[in-house]
Write a protein that binds this ligand. Structure first.
Ligand SMILES: *Cc1c(COP(=O)(O)O)cnc(C)c1O
Length: 464
């Protein structure tokens, strides 16, 4: 399988190069040249596969430059760290199915992709005899999943900046109690935006970036999308087990359009009609739901909500979908993205019918998030985290009778205990991974918010 850029400016490359490149060198995002389709017979033969075996079948259709036995081994290793035998179990609550994606080491769905990406990086670096220094800023969740993805791995060091005392105590501990030699937590005296600005500044120093082989682990990496395609297929198969010729809907809480874009790829892969609609659910940061409902992709101000991992305006994966919406015309995609960078908006109202063939959308208010958590606890004795509640509310709004609907549950409620307590008057039960974490040893460097100081720190601790 060959890969190219949404902006058409790179020569075709293989999967491994695509993963190591991250962002395409022409500023676009990387996509496979074609989406392989799987027929009904193949689907039937996948029916009884375990999660890792299915992951191998799905991923190997997009990867032809890693020997099968190596890929299998990497996948098995990646999902052994999950604490449920089904990796992403499906539970049934009333009219809804809930796909629990939070059984990984940091209790959020990002583990599904980052456990795999960490192993993939290690494998490739060993092969090419190279090193990588991963640098990123986090507002809480992505940092810990990235750290757990690469902790203890050879030839990789990771530097994660978080705003000092501005992440939740649990989030802070989840990051800083990882004391492997290759993990460097830096708390900067400043905000998340200050952290992002520092990262940008450092990555813009091309010499420095090259000298220290800096890389990032953010959600634009194709391998992350690919790893997420698997659970859509897994879930569809599970439901199909009980009903023949079934057509399903998915409801997906969305920030960067990453998770739901994986659903779009799954929809293209599976036989026509297997996935009927993808329901895009945003919190009050509603740029993406405005896009689906009116074709209006225009930036607003970032609002702080109870689902902080979705407090995003410009969605980093949006360009991938835009490319398909433009009928795979790279030059159109590029023009629109360049104009978006200038004006902060794209008018796609003329494409509404095409968009709505695949997507429906709702924006969910803070009040409705809390009410949904409350109702769900009362009706089903099941506690939703606020991100999942956004998706559940949207699912209830769009549910069609006779069509199973699956809500992606992206975080364990204990990670967002304060919001849950506000809704139902009690903290969710604490899972094993978090018991005792507050008392565990931690390591973290507290630094001023200054790119030069961070660079100095990287020079000292980078692996070369
Ligand atoms: C990252 C995240 C999301 C949003 O995922 P995207 O791929 O950015 O759409 C939703 N919920 C949780 C808990 C997350 O950490």
């Amino acid at each position: 399988m060959q890969y190219m850029s949404t902006r058409g400016g790179i020569n075709p490359i293989g999967f491994t190069s695509a993963v190591m490149m991250g962002l395409a060198e022409d500023g676009g995002l990387i996509l496979p040249r074609t989406i392989p389709r799987v027929g009904s017979d193949t689907i039937s033969s996948w029916q009884k596969l375990s999660y890792p075996d299915l992951a191998f079948e799905v991923m190997s259709r997009f990867i032809d430059d890693i020997p099968s036995s190596d890929l299998k081994e990497m996948i098995t290793k990646s999902y052994k760290t999950f604490n449920h035998k089904d990796v992403t179990p499906l539970v049934h609550k009333g009219d809804l199915h809930i796909l629990e994606l939070f059984h990984g080491p940091t209790l959020a769905f990002k583990d599904v992709a980052l456990q795999f990406l960490g192993n993939l990086f290690e494998y490739q670096l060993k092969k090419s005899n190279e090193t990588l220094n991963i640098l990123g800023a986090t507002s809480g969740d992505t940092g810990s999943a990235a750290i757990y993805g690469v902790r203890g791995k050879k030839n990789i060091n990771i530097f994660i900046l978080h705003p000092h005392k501005r992440v939740s105590p649990i989030q802070e501990k989840q990051m800083t109690t990882v004391t492997d030699d290759n993990v460097y937590n830096i708390a900067i005296r400043g905000t998340f935006d200050d952290g992002q600005a520092i990262i940008k500044q450092i990555f813009n120093d091309i010499e420095f970036k090259k000298q220290y082989s800096l890389g990032s682990i953010n959600s634009i990496n194709w391998a992350r999308v690919l790893a997420q395609v698997v659970y859509y297929v897994y879930c569809y198969l599970h439901i199909k087990n009980h009903e023949q010729d079934v057509s399903v809907d998915f409801s997906v809480p969305t920030g960067n359009f990453g998770d739901i874009f994986a659903g779009y790829i799954a929809k293209k892969m599976l036989p026509e009609g297997s996935i009927r609609r993808l329901i895009l659910a945003t919190n009050s940061n509603d740029i993406l739901s405005r896009f689906v409902n009116n074709g209006d992709y225009s930036l607003g101000d970032v609002k702080v909500t109870s689902s902080p991992s979705m407090d995003i305006q410009a969605a980093s994966n949006f360009e991938r979908y835009l490319y398909y919406l433009m009928d795979c015309e790279a030059s159109k995609t590029k023009d629109l993205m360049l104009s978006f960078a200038q004006t902060g908006k794209i008018d796609l109202s003329g494409y509404k019918d095409i968009i709505n063939r695949d997507f429906s959308a709702s924006a969910v208010s803070e009040e409705d998030v809390l009410q949904t958590i409350r109702d769900f606890k009362e009706q089903h004795d099941y506690i939703l985290d606020p991100h999942t509640a956004v998706g559940v509310k949207a699912a209830l709004e769009h549910k069609r009778s006779g069509i199973p609907i699956i809500c992606l549950s992206t975080a364990h409620p204990a990670k967002f205990g304060a919001a849950v307590e506000e809704a139902i008057g009690q903290q969710p039960p604490v899972p094993d991974q978090l018991i005792g974490i507050m008392a565990r040893d931690s390591r973290c460097e507290i630094m001023e918010s200054d790119a030069e100081l961070i660079k100095e720190y990287i020079r000292k601790h980078a692996i070369v």
